[in-house]
Design a protein. Structure first.
Length: 418
């Protein structure tokens, strides 16, 4: 018979636990607990025949009992929960977890850096309206009066890949005057170390930094370069990162994660990361050979939970003046042809021509012609009976539009400085 081997932590593990325990938001055993909303929590219940948990020498102390944190129906109804303020338009709110993804070179970093500039200074971005925290959401009559809004929203941009000189160039051009940067190259130059959110120590260091400095929004650019040693195709490998991101969300920290698209055009890696997020934005290359700068369409692959309704696709064009270094952002509603809409239905998981014909209110012959064309152009795979996303992105896109087929971890957004 195999004997169960008891878990005996090492001295290093105990020291790490005690270090983290010192920051625990839970009160000490026996301390009086009061909800931050003013509703007293029920008193801890003693269970017959049970004795208080005792610490075992050499092992971490037990966590507090859960009875004191249980809410009755009456207490839940009496809770005063302040509405989460909108940070940009109505789709991006405080405490959101969202993803931006695209193939390399499309313009992920342009969008990822433009967002914090707009958020921090409460200014509009393209057709997305600036959100005033004082009026972005209705406040219940019995809610306490909100404190005056600060002059800006503290934002931290964590860059794990781009060259420092390019970050400086873009930050000036996009007017990121209120945004702070934690840059991999500067960190290495000053300290000889790197960030890896795949390790618990670095996740804790970032959490400590956020709490100490009061950052309300963080941008992680990008997942591949910041999470070394994490197999993005394995859901269990992503579990620690997922729990950390959920912890930040519970602290009402808005997190925007930049990631790459796979060869099938979808966000790379295990779909488990999508479960807890508030929205997902896909960027689709729309740049012609003659177009300067970065040009792409933003599409909500997962509609924002804050609006509940699909938002229109936007066509963005980022160009930077060579003399002044100032970046101009043009934005308009994207014009999507019916053929492109048909292809998008397949990419979204609809495989039957009959189903697509019904969704688009088109006859089967028209949809069949689109299917043959898309299969010939290798924009779709499978067959007439079951349409599927492309096995690999084609090296030549529709017309003169560039479509990048590479699936490398390193983004070449910085090549499009124009």
């Amino acid at each position: 018979m195999d004997l169960a081997t008891p878990f005996i932590p090492t001295a290093e593990e105990i020291a790490e636990y005690e270090r983290l325990r010192a920051r625990s938001p839970f009160p000490a055993q026996g301390a009086t607990h009061t909800q931050s909303t003013g509703v007293p929590a029920p008193a801890p219940q003693a269970y017959a025949g049970s004795a208080p948990a005792q610490a075992v020498p050499g092992q971490p102390p037990p966590r507090p009992p859960l009875a004191q944190f249980v809410l009755t129906a009456e207490q839940l109804a009496a809770l005063v929960i302040p509405p989460r303020p909108a940070l940009l338009d109505q789709w991006l709110c405080q405490g959101d977890l969202g993803y931006i993804y695209a193939p390399r070179g499309v313009g992920k970093t342009w969008m990822a850096m433009a967002l914090p500039g707009a958020i921090s200074c409460r200014r509009p971005l393209g057709l997305w309206a600036a959100a005033d925290p004082d009026t972005s959401a209705s406040t219940p009559d019995d809610a306490p009066e909100a404190p005056p809004a600060p002059d800006h929203i503290p934002v931290l941009y964590i860059d794990g890949e781009m060259a420092l000189e390019h970050t400086k160039y873009r930050a000036r051009g996009l007017d990121l005057s209120k945004v702070c940067h934690l840059h991999h190259e500067h960190l290495f130059n000053q300290n000889g170390t790197c960030l890896n959110i795949g390790e618990v120590e670095d996740r804790q260091r970032i959490t400590d930094l956020i709490i100490q400095q009061g950052y309300q929004v963080i941008i992680l650019d990008n997942l591949s370069s910041l999470a070394s040693g994490v197999d993005e195709n394995k859901g269990m490998d992503y579990e620690p990162l997922s729990h950390w991101l959920l912890e930040l969300r519970r602290r009402k920290i808005t997190v925007i994660v930049v990631h790459h698209a796979g060869r099938n055009g979808l966000m790379r890696g295990h779909s488990k990361r999508e479960d807890a997020c508030s929205w997902i934005i896909e960027l689709r290359d729309a740049r012609l050979e003659s177009d300067p700068g970065a040009k792409f369409v933003s599409h909500f692959a997962k509609p924002s939970r804050n609006t509940g309704d699909p938002l229109p696709d936007m066509l963005w064009h980022f160009t930077t003046d060579k003399v002044s270094g100032i970046t101009d952002i043009q934005c308009e509603l994207a014009q999507v042809s019916e053929y492109e809409e048909f292809i998008q239905h397949v990419l979204d998981g609809v495989t039957s021509q009959k189903d697509i014909a019904e969704m688009m209110n088109k006859n089967k012959g028209t949809v069949s012609k689109w299917a043959r064309k898309a299969l010939q152009e290798q924009r779709l795979s499978g067959g007439a009976n079951k349409l599927l996303p492309p096995k690999a992105l084609p090296s030549k896109g529709r017309g003169q539009i560039r479509v990048h087929a590479s699936d490398d971890d390193f983004d070449d957004d910085e090549d499009d400085e124009g």
